[in-house]
Design a protein around this ligand. Sequence first.
Ligand code: CA
Length: 282
Amino acid sequence: MRDQELSLAASVCRYPEWVAPPTYPYPRSYHCQAEKNFENPTQPYRIDEPALSAYTTSMIRILVIEDETEIASFLRRGLSLEGYQVDVAFDGTRGLELAATIDYDLIVLDLMLPGVDGFEVARRLRADSNVPIIMLTARDAVRDRVAGLEAGADDYLVKPFAFEELLARIRAQLRRRQAAQSQDVLRFANLTLDTRSREVRISERRVELTAKEYDLLELFMRHPNQVLTRDIIYDRVWNYDFGGESNILEVYVRYLRQKLEANGEPRLIHTVRSVGYILREE
Ligand code: CA
């Protein structure tokens, strides 16, 4: 880790003793050393969260909207090392553009942005999305906090914050979202999938799927517009990872396409050559 990033990390950490983890470049997490819990000084300040598996995090996309380039690049690096896919926007307008085109799992949103500020970005995001939003601000006024939450933010973090705390809050939001989603009827284009009854319809037509076909389609529908690698699909649907040697996946994708396109419906499951598949509209 470069000196510049170390000093930046120190400024973002609540306390200045920051060390790069020994397993760099792929640590499970960063640690702010010597953090103290001021509410209870005898206890170290530490949030213990079970780490999400690499498979899980590698499919999670986070958008960071932050105009301070040093903090933005620190967050990009830290979250990437945690296995998240991270995009950064340096102003609200660009952030809204990205959020309109990519289906993010979570947005970290700075309050004080040039042009469209964080309150307005949150309000516009909320107009057509329930993506979790964690707001960052240098201000700790109760009025700002309330305004941020009213604008649609799900959580709020005051700078400077410990990176571990941001991570813990991100995981909490992702878990909440996952729990909410797991009860939902999933929709994509003209497809609907009821996760309780395992009933699948395309337009109004009922589609009969085998258990594995259903699992595969559910995985795609939980990650629309994202490339799913063969390894990830094998891991999630078949619970093993010798995907490179097998053509079971190709066979199942062919079955699914036949069933979903039986009435001439447009293709939704597309091949990404030598990588995997993606669910998207042409
Ligand atoms: Ca700012």
